[in-house]
Write a new protein. Sequence first.
Length: 109
Amino acid sequence: KKYHWELKFCEKVLIELAKPKYHPVAWPFMTAVDPVALNIPTYHSIIKKPMDFGTMKTKLDQGEYENAKEFETDARQVFQNCYRFNPHSDPINHAGHQFEAIFDSEWAK
Ligand SMILES: Cc1ccc(Nc2c(-c3ccc(O)cc3)nc3c(C)cccn23)cc1
């Protein structure tokens, strides 16, 4: 089916983004933000739709995406959450922009 090919592409993108060479910019976005561990108790009052690439992998493996568009929507949510919560000056905000550029490059292939 059409969707099957689209989801294979999503899996391929995740495998690429999880490579060690991207870890310096990818690491804050590969697992769910833990407000207790990070001492940011306001996180869930500011960010209404938490998302991360680890959760996206689980959703993909569990068949929770119907198409590539739904997958991309979650990816964009990761970056929007990062820019909303982390000040422009914060290194995490900068890492988000760098990692989004890597995602965009893979997504355009
Ligand atoms: C006091 C303070 C300030 C900034 C942060 N940002 C931050 C985030 C983060 C990622 C995505 C996101 O939507 C929001 C936050 N992830 C981290 C990690 C893994 C380590 C250190 C900082 N981190 C943490 C604590």
